[in-house]
Write a protein that binds this ligand. Structure first.
Ligand code: LMR
Length: 404
C-alpha cells in the first residue's frame, strides 16, 4: 500500500546525533546539534532547574490536570515580560497575545499557521528567510502553505553580515512582506547585526510596512545577559512595528526535552486581542489540544521568584562564558600556535551557540570521516560541544583539513 512513499533523507541536524552515537572512536566530538554541554561534553542540568524541580515535587497541590488551551497563564505572562521587557507599553496596555507552545519549533509553527490563515496577504503567501537560516524554518513554513524566499544575510567573503544585500531586499520586497528575523545569536552563522544596523533594518521595515516574525531561541546565550539579548525585539516594540515573537526555553533553561516555548503576537490595539486569541486557541486545540505542563511550571517558578530568577541569570552566565572562552582559546590555537591558513577572527566575532567556520561541505565531510568530529555540512559548529579536553584535537583536525 505504501510503495509510493519515497525515503526521506535523515535530518541535517538531528541526524548527526545517531551517527555520533554509533561512532566508537575515543576522540569523537559532537558539534552538530545546538545543545549545551559542560566541560566534559555532558548535558548540564541547570542548578536552578534542580531547585525548581524539587519545589515542584514537594508541592502537595501538584496535580496532572490539563492546562488551558493557551497554556499556563503565569508562564506565558512571565515569558512575555522576559522577552518584551517588564515595563513595555504593549504589555501594560494589554495588547500582547501569548500562547504556550511546543518549544520554539511549535511557536514558529503556530505563528506560521496563524499568519498563513489570517495575515492580510496582498499577493502570494510568502516569507523571507535569511540565507542561510535554521534548517527547519523552510519546512515549517512550507507545511502551512507559505512559500519561503531568501534574503541575503551571510557574506562568505567576509564570513560576516551581507548588510547591503539584506537592506536591498528589504527595500525591493513588496510592501507588507513578512521577514523572519533571528532576535539574537543567529542560527547557523553566529553573525548578528550591530545595534546601529538593527536601527536601519527597523527603519526600512517601517517605511515598507513589513511584518517582523522574530525567532528568539537563544536569549541569554549571545552575551550571557537576558536583557541585552532582547535588545532588537524591544527596539522594534518601541517603534510600534507590526510583529510577533517565537520564544524557546530549550537552550537558556536547558529544557530541551520538555518543549517549553511561547508565541507572542504584539497587536497595535487592544480590540483585536480576544479575536486573535480565540483563533490561536482553535488552531492549538486541533493540533495539540493543550500544551504540556511540567516544563512550563518549572520556568514559571523561575520567572516569578526573584531569588530563582537571579540564580537562573547566574547559570546562563556560566554557559555563555564557557562558550565565549572556547571561542577565545580556539582563535588563539588556530592563529598563534598552529598558524592555520586564513583569517579566523570570525570565531571571536560571531556570537551565541554557533560558529560558522567557513569550511566547505567536502571539508566538513573530512572532519566527520577522518577525524570523527560531527558538524553540519554548512560548516556550522556548536561551540558548546568544545571543551578544555577536546579543543586542541578539534583545532589540529581543522588545521589539517584546511591545509588539505
Ligand atoms: C539546532 O539548530 O541545532 C537546534 O536549534 C536544534 C534543532 O532543533 O535543530
Amino acid at each position: 500500500t505504501w510503495e509510493g512513499v519515497p525515503l526521506a533523507p535523515p535530518d541535517s541536524i538531528l541526524g548527526l546525533n545517531a551517527a555520533f552515537k554509533a561512532d566508537t572512536h575515543p576522540q569523537k566530538i559532537n558539534l552538530g546539534v545546538g545543545a549545551y554541554r559542560d566541560d566534559n561534553h555532558k548535558p548540564w542540568v541547570l542548578p536552578v532547574i534542580k531547585r525548581a524541580t524539587s519545589i515542584l515535587l514537594n508541592d502537595p497541590n501538584l496535580d496532572h490536570e490539563y492546562l488551558p488551551i493557551t497554556g499556563l497563564p503565569e508562564f506565558t505572562a512571565g515569558a512575555a515580560k522576559l522577552i518584551l521587557g517588564a515595563g513595555s507599553p504593549a504589555i501594560e496596555e494589554g495588547r500582547v497575545v501569548s500562547v504556550q507552545t511546543i518549544s520554539g519549533t511549535g511557536a514558529n509553527h503556530l505563528g506560521a499557521l496563524f499568519i498563513s490563515r489570517f495575515y492580510h496577504w496582498d499577493g502570494p503567501k510568502q516569507v523571507y528567510l535569511s540565507n542561510p537560516t535554521w534548517a527547519n524554518h523552510q519546512a515549517i513554513f512550507k507545511n502551512v502553505g507559505v512559500e519561503p524566499l531568501d534574503y541575503p544575510y551571510y557574506d562568505p567573503t567576509t564570513i560576516g553580515l551581507d548588510f547591503d544585500g539584506f537592506i536591498g531586499t528589504l527595500q525591493s520586497a513588496a510592501p507588507r512582506s513578512v521577514f523572519l528575523l533571528h532576535a539574537c545569536a543567529h542560527n547557523p552563522t553566529g553573525v548578528d547585526p550591530t545595534r546601529d544596523q538593527w536601527k536601519q533594518i527597523a527603519e526600512v521595515m517601517m517605511v515598507k510596512n513589513h511584518y517582523a516574525f522574530f525567532d528568539c531561541a537563544y536569549q541569554g546565550f549571545a552575551s550571557g545577559d537576558l536583557n541585552n539579548d532582547s535588545w532588537a525585539v524591544r527596539y522594534f516594540m518601541k517603534k510600534n512595528m507590526p510583529m510577533l515573537v517565537c520564544q524557546s526555553f530549550a537552550k537558556n533553561a536547558g529544557l530541551y526535552g520538555e518543549r517549553v516555548g511561547a508565541l507572542h503576537i504584539v497587536l497595535p490595539a487592544k480590540d483585536a486581542v480576544e479575536r486573535v486569541k480565540s483563533q490561536l486557541s482553535v488552531l492549538q486545540r486541533s493540533e495539540i489540544s493543550n500544551p504540556p505542563s511540567h516544563g512550563a511550571r518549572l520556568v514559571s517558578l523561575i520567572l516569578n521568584d526573584s531569588a530563582l530568577f537571579d540564580e537562573w541569570n547566574r547559570d546562563i552566565k556560566t554557559m555563555a562564558e564557557r562558550i565565549i572562552s572556547m571561542r577565545t582559546e580556539l582563535y588563539r590555537l588556530l592563529t598563534e600556535e598552529l598558524h592555520t591558513p586564513g583569517s579566523w577572527v570570525h570565531i571571536i566575532n560571531q556570537i551565541g551557540m554557533f560558529s560558522f567556520t567557513g569550511i566547505s561541505p567536502p571539508q566538513a565531510n573530512a572532519m566527520i570521516n577522518k577525524f570523527h568530529i560531527y558538524l553540519t555540512a554548512s560548516g556550522r559548529i556548536s561551540m558548546a560541544g568544545l571543551n578544555s579536553h577536546n579543543l586542541r584535537y578539534f583545532a589540529e583536525s581543522l588545521d589539517k583539513v584546511v591545509r588539505g
